[in-house]
Ligand binder design. Structure first.
Ligand code: NAP
Length: 472
């Protein structure tokens, strides 16, 4: 049982109502957080904007490295916090801590990197013997708002790059999963991060999240979450930078020549890992009609390996979704698809917030399960006639986050890369494959095309200053 408080400029704070955090699996109370209101949100912005003692690049790298070492030593403790509040299988939570360790390592490396460019000015008829230089300057105050599905790694993807860039940041984590975020903030402060460089706030949406989004002294809002909330933020933020990482409906396209074993493994991993709650989870499996029967038979057999049970058990591969209401919603979209002609081949049973990994084939192309984002362990199969049919279908939803294509045909792979309107195309990999420093992010309703990943995110948390000197 964790008893925690919000942190304003590094100090425990909050006198508001207690936020109770319960295990999605057992309903047991696993933690409480004292919440804050508008006054503390204003104080956090004031502390951030008044802060001028920005640590040097070396000091920022040291803080991030110390945090990484401390997190590695407490890997299992952090994983158990994630599992207790998010219901994710312990093995997934350990994987997430590993990814966070990578974020910290890469952010520390990037903090040290020289960030400027030099331009000679005698390169044109209009030029002069001068030099123009650029340097990256921190912003005065950033706000990050994060979702529940990767409760630690999403937080690290905001805080790590902001710290590396030297920008004070205020985090508003999901109120479904605040515990690991607050423990992570403690670790950063214990590792030497100056108090005003990080506040973590939870409280009523209009007093905290919306207040921060609108605040004129906040220079960037970095949001990861659903499309409706992202669009609301875009409509209300006003004159500031916006980084929006929103929902997805990623296809895995399996062509006739695909290595079938690989295709089955990628479909299962992509659909079921993290309880299917990844923005880049496989949400539609588009299989060539010639291989669909054999692929489907093998996927049903493979699905039996994904044991769905108590997330704390080492044997469990699929834990709960975030809450019972979400599991009921998923059950409903499966029933809708079945009523429209789809066949549920395995899974579909629900126990509380546990939803068995579910394979559904003959899914109509227009049913809710595949048009909207289904955030859970569902594997909906749709047959395709050929590559063109797959690409048209893949591009037909409002989303454009990522995609995967299983083929050994180079021409087909290149055509898919050219044609898919989304942020990432992975050939012979799941849509979610990436490393923590590579550019990541979507287009259309999935985002504005501004990428995250440690290197790109640092650009969001800084601005380029250009200066010139009269010496060649
Ligand atoms: P959500 O409901 O949009 O919530 C995300 C965050 O926004 C939470 O911290 C939430 O706070 C906050 N929020 C809610 N209303 C707000 C408002 N009016 N103004 C400002 N902030 C507000 O998303 P979720 O259900 O937690 O997460 C799942 C979604 O995130 C999925 O759609 C998934 O695809 C997407 N996602 C995208 C990416 C990506 O990189 N593209 C990565 C991961 C997840 P409360 O907790 O207090 O409601």
């Amino acid at each position: 049982m964790q008893t925690l408080s919000c942190r304003v400029a590094g100090k425990p704070s909050g006198t508001g109502p207690l936020l109770e955090v319960r295990s999605p699996y057992s309903g047991e109370l696993v933690g409480t957080v004292t919440t804050v209101g508008r006054a503390e949100a204003e104080a956090a912005v004031a502390a951030a904007t008044a802060f001028t003692a920005t640590p040097s690049k070396y000091q920022r790298a040291e803080i991030l490295e110390k945090t990484r070492i401390a997190l590695e030593a407490r890997r299992d403790e952090f994983a158990r916090i994630i599992t207790s509040e998010a219901g994710l299988a312990l093995r997934e939570a350990r994987y997430e801590v590993g990814r966070t360790v990578d974020v910290l390592r890469f952010a520390a490396m990037e903090a040290l990197r020289d960030d400027g460019q030099i331009f000679s000015c005698d390169v044109s008829a209009q030029g002069k013997p001068r030099k123009i230089f650029t340097t990256r300057e921190p912003l005065r105050c950033a706000v990050a708002i994060t979702p529940f599905n990767h409760p630690l790694n999403q937080v690290a993807h905001k805080l790590g790059p902001a710290i590396a860039a030297g920008t004070p940041i205020i985090l508003k984590p999901s109120e479904k999963t605040p515990l690991v975020a607050l423990r992570f903030a403690e670790l950063l402060h214990e590792s030497g991060l100056p108090g005003p460089m990080l506040s973590v706030l939870l409280g009523p949406t209009h007093e905290v999240a919306e207040f921060l989004v609108r605040h004129p002294d906040v220079e960037v809002v970095a949001f990861t979450g659903s499309v409706p909330v992202g669009k609301r933020i875009a409509a209300t933020a006003g004159y500031k930078k916006l980084v929006l990482e929103l929902g997805g409906n990623d296809p895995l396209i399996i062509l006739e020549d695909a290595d079938l074993e690989l295709a089955v493994t990628l479909a299962a991993e992509g659909s079921y890992r993290n309880s299917g709650q990844r923005c880049t989870a496989v949400k539609r499996i588009l299989v060539h009609e010639a291989i669909a029967p054999e692929f489907t038979r093998r996927l049903v057999a493979k699905t039996a390996e994904y044991l769905c049970d108590d997330p704390m058990l080492e044997s469990t591969r699929v834990g709960t979704v975030i809450d019972e209401a979400s599991a009921i919603h998923l059950e409903t979209v499966v029933k809708e698809a079945a009523a429209a002609g789809a066949r549920v081949l395995t899974g579909g049973q629900r126990r509380g917030a546990l939803l068995q990994p579910t394979v559904i084939d003959q899914v109509p192309r227009d049913c809710r399960m595949v048009v909207c984002e289904s955030f859970g362990p569902l594997a909906p199969i749709i047959t395709i006639r050929d590559l063109d049919d797959a690409l048209t279908l893949a591009n037909s939803t409002a989303y454009g986050l990522s995609s995967g294509v299983v083929t050994n045909n180079m021409q087909a792979a290149l055509k898919a890369i050219r044609t898919l309107r989304c942020g990432t195309v992975n050939i012979n990999e799941v849509p979610g494959f990436r490393i923590e420093s590579s550019p990541f992010g979507g287009v259309k309703d999935s985002g504005l095309g501004i990428k995250e990943g440690v290197i790109e995110a640092m650009k969001g948390y800084s601005y380029v200053k250009t200066f010139s000197l009269p010496w060649a």
